[in-house]
Write a protein that binds this ligand. Sequence first.
Ligand code: FEO
Length: 163
Amino acid sequence: MISKPMIDAFNDQINKEMFSSHLYLSMAAYFEGSGLPGAAQWMHVQAGEEHEHAMKLFAHLVDRGGKVTLKAIAAPETEWNGPMAAFKAVYEHEQLITRSIHELYEVAQKEKDYAAQILLQWFINEQVEEEKNAAGVIESMKRIEAHETAVLQLDHQLAKRGK
Ligand code: FEO
């Protein structure tokens, strides 16, 4: 059996993972409409992973005799100010989720729920990956932006050539 505080905390986290999936699907739609199918694909995969995260929590709750109670999923944003802004939003959202997972782990410690702690260790590791992936894309984009700036600077220099 699983305690009431754990059931509530798991249901809250299921909702956050479902929102994450919704958010990244919204980003996929944004990139599809921005002519960036690669970034859209990245978001589709990410959205699928978030759904899997929700299902892992769902299955654990069911296995332990807890009731899954789904809540409304908030509407995500639909527009971002370019790819960099979108990926920064991913990174910030993942940091939020990491904090949420850590809080959930603390509830499991307080409740002496060892089975949940073992499951949540997977999520703690997963969050390290999630933050690393988003930060990696941001770093790559910074390099591209620097490159574009260099091209613009060169263009500016070339424009100075007299006839
Ligand atoms: Fe399910 Fe991106 O954390």
